[in-house]
Design a protein around this ligand. Structure first.
Ligand SMILES: [Zn+2]
Length: 202
């Protein structure tokens, strides 16, 4: 019954993506219809969130099955894959150890990506211990090939990156690891920001 097993895996991963989306939204790591999440299935198939849906209110129909060429293999009526699907597929293709890619716009981490200030230079020790060095990638337009390729390359040696003027991407072996890394990144950025403000007042 291999098909049945595969179907069960798809449903389980869809449900995990739904819960991850709710947590991202509740923790204000993204707002509106922002952000996107993908997860690797067996072979060259991936699940990815649909374009234009709030990650806080997703159902199973808001998650599509795509292949490594970006072709949609399974989708509910009217659903299109995320505009950043090229980036997700590039990361997953180039890095076989990565099982999940998560892109969000957490306020403090994105503020560092906007200002160009080096988060690593002022973050609490937990950032370095848990995520290592977090580079800020040069600006590339959302949804572009350039953004996809430079993110895929950076995530070969890093587990979190900031995208200039845009947001953040984390990856992990699974959904939970990618999610916790995004939380750690934002927590560190928020603490770093407040710490800098306090120092400036002294
Ligand atoms: Zn974005």
């Amino acid at each position: 019954m291999p098909e049945r097993k595969e179907e069960q895996l798809v449903l389980r991963l869809k449900d995990e993506l739904i819960v991850a989306g709710q947590r991202l939204w509740q923790r204000q790591l993204l707002g509106g219809r922002d952000g996107n999440i993908s997860v690797r299935l067996d072979g060259a198939l991936y699940l990815i969130t649909a374009s234009g849906v709030s990650k806080g209110f997703m159902g199973r129909d808001d998650i599509l099955l795509v292949d490594d060429k970006g072709r949609v293999r399974e989708a509910a009526a009217g659903r299109q894959p995320s505009v950043e699907s090229g980036m997700h597929i590039a990361v997953l293709q180039r890095n076989p150890a990565i099982g999940c890619v998560l892109h969000a716009h957490p306020v403090y981490a994105t503020a560092f990506a906007l200002s160009g200030a080096d988060l690593n230079a002022c973050a609490p020790e937990a950032l370095q211990l848990n995520l290592g060095y977090v580079p800020t990638l040069p600006y590339a337009p959302a949804g572009s090939q350039e953004l996809a390729q430079q993110t895929a390359q950076a995530l070969q040696t890093h587990c979190a990156v900031l995208l200039a003027r845009h947001g953040a991407v984390t990856c992990g072996e699974n959904i939970t690891q990618a999610l916790l890394r995004m939380e750690t990144l934002e927590q560190a950025a928020k603490t770093a920001y407040i710490g800098k403000r306090l120092c400036a007042q002294e």
